[in-house]
Design a protein around this ligand. Structure first.
Ligand SMILES: [Fe+2]
Length: 351
């Protein structure tokens, strides 16, 4: 039995218009009560919910892993990291730059906050451009004008969606590529992440690589261990390849959930000359009383963090990154590169 071998070459399906996000009201609530305990998993974890002794009892799976724990050999792990250290196919993410620009204007021109808030939604989605608020920008003087003009993209990104299915014997997983470069998060309407965004597709030479397929099949199998695998019709995944430049914030929205059932918040590919970027997982919304911090860990290259998300009390955050004091200036911008997955399970009896 080879769990990690796709049964056929990837097939291509879907249209550029298709998106997979369902409204919350149509979502299945998953029951994690029968999740396979981490000690019985076929995978080995660096940290899991049963090892977290700062919390009395965590009812939901939280697993920190590395590639070796997923069954990669040292060479496979190194090759996988090398494959994704390359940024081909990625493009600058202008969405975060737009938020920074408007936040800056709101700080400097506080009397215009309402107008700027109204403008942000249309600017964010590309329906309006900065020309619409040129009268406000012209009010900036001296240093502020220079600072505003220097706000540029601080991250680059690609995405790829997949449907992951099982062979009839439940022994292997295979992919169907969903051809959509649209991305929308199932969060409240007032949250800018609810807006439809477009990103580059991840380069096909990466997503068709056998080690990428092994990685995705491992995460599908790990997901299957949390539920009754035989009842899974398919797993919908949206893959994110993200590089954040320092100084910058991997989670500008603060502590959050991503609006999906399960999330691989970050699998770290590279930490280039940076400090910070510590992953924090909370048991409970951080704004509420009684919330505890489950995990505070700076993930190293080759390590990832996988846990439940919307519909459970598990929230997460990543601290900002800065250029490391201990490194010399070099031509390369300090940065943190990660992979992420939004994971949505469709059970067989669900229409
Ligand atoms: Fe997130």
């Amino acid at each position: 039995m080879n769990l990690f071998r796709p049964i056929s070459s990837p097939t291509i399906k879907g249209t550029a218009q298709s998106i997979w996000v369902k409204p919350k009201s149509q979502r299945q609530n998953l029951d994690f009560d029968k999740a396979l305990p981490p000690q019985e998993s076929r995978f080995r974890f660096i940290t899991d919910e049963t090892q977290l002794n700062n919390i009395e009892k965590i009812k939901y799976p939280i697993r920190v892993f590395d590639l070796k724990g997923l069954g990669f050999t040292d060479k496979e792990a190194q090759d996988f990291i090398t494959l994704f250290s390359d940024d081909s196919g990625m493009a600058e993410d202008l969405y975060t730059m737009k938020i920074k620009q408007i936040e800056f204007l709101k700080r400097k021109l506080p009397g215009h906050e309402e107008r700027l808030n109204g403008f942000l939604k249309d600017y964010y989605t590309g329906r309006k451009d900065l020309i619409e608020i040129s009268d406000l920008i012209q009010q900036l003087q001296g240093d502020n004008k220079i600072k505003f003009n220097s706000i540029g993209p601080t991250r680059s990104r690609s995405i790829q969606s997949f449907d992951i299915k099982q062979t009839p014997d439940n022994n292997s997983w295979y992919f169907i590529y969903v051809l959509s470069n649209n991305y929308q998060q199932d969060v409240t309407a007032s949250d800018y992440r609810s807006e439809l965004r477009e990103f580059n597709w991840t380069a096909l030479d990466k997503t068709s690589h056998p080690l990428f397929k092994k990685f995705i099949a491992s995460i599908a199998e790990l997901t299957g261990e949390l539920l009754d695998k035989k009842n899974i019709e398919k797993i919908k995944m949206t893959f994110h390849e993200v590089r954040v430049y320092a100084p910058g914030s991997p989670a500008p929205e603060g502590p959050h959930q991503d609006g999906t059932q399960i999330v691989l918040t970050a699998f770290v590919i590279e930490r280039k000359d940076i400090d910070g970027g510590k992953s924090i997982v909370y048991n409970g919304a951080p704004s509420e009383k009684g919330t505890s911090t489950c995990i505070e860990k700076t993930l190293e290259p080759g390590q990832g963090c996988f846990h439940t998300d919307t519909g459970t009390p598990i929230w997460h955050y990543v601290t900002p990154i800065e250029k490391s004091n201990s490194t010399q200036d070099s031509l390369n911008r300090p940065s943190r590169k990660t992979l992420g997955l939004d994971i949505e399970v469709v059970l067989k009896n669900y229409n």
